[in-house]
Design a protein. Structure first.
Length: 194
């Protein structure tokens, strides 16, 4: 295994994708970290739309996230709302303006165009390999997997619908595909990660 060469490819791909994302035309303009926050908020569920989860998912300091959230709110890309049950908890929501930015920016066109040049079998294998690498890296450092609710150990599917047994809250079909910071694969650790 040549981890140096793998790193070079991943780093270059990451740099190309970040450069493409930085070219996103937003009014008012946004910094790359602010775009990443908007993208995360588009992926996450109602249990993971809080500032602490943004910090964990993106690997950013609480201060950086706090400042970025303030800017995003002032510019009209997000709204903040207190949790009805615990007023100390603040939930973050994309505004229509924020959702439009995410829909037109992610995934970057460069990635879509590059993948279109690859045969389907190679795209499928790439996805599987990247998923395996991500799981391994998260495991090494003990990072939360931030998986989707549909693969979580806490999901209960019943006649009355889908329920998260951890929070005792119902889950819509859309929420089953959203990222959750409380995701738990149970003993086998074999589910999907975001």
């Amino acid at each position: 295994m040549n981890s140096s060469n793998i790193y070079k490819f991943l780093e270059r791909i990451g740099n190309l994708l970040r450069a493409e994302t930085r070219q996103a035309k937003t009014d008012p303009p946004l910094q790359p970290v602010q775009l990443e926050i908007l993208h995360y908020l588009n992926l996450c569920n109602q249990h993971s739309d809080i500032p602490a989860a943004v910090s964990e998912y993106l690997g950013l300091t609480k201060g950086t996230v706090s400042q970025s959230l303030s800017v995003l709110e002032k510019k009209g890309y997000i709204d903040k709302k207190p949790d009805p049950a615990d007023k100390r908890v603040i939930h973050l929501f994309l505004t229509e303006k924020g959702r439009l930015v995410v829909d037109t920016t992610f995934p970057p066109d460069l990635l879509k165009q590059g993948l279109a040049l690859m045969p389907q079998a190679q795209r499928d294998q790439l996805l599987a390999n990247l998923e395996t690498l991500l799981k391994a890296m998260q495991s090494v450092r003990g990072f939360k997997p931030f998986g989707v609710c549909g693969t979580c150990y806490h999901l209960s599917r019943g006649e009355d619908g889908n329920v998260c047994q951890l929070t005792r809250m119902p889950l819509s079909a859309q929420e089953l595909e959203q990222v959750c910071r409380e995701h738990d694969l149970g003993a086998d650790e074999s589910g999907l990660v975001a």
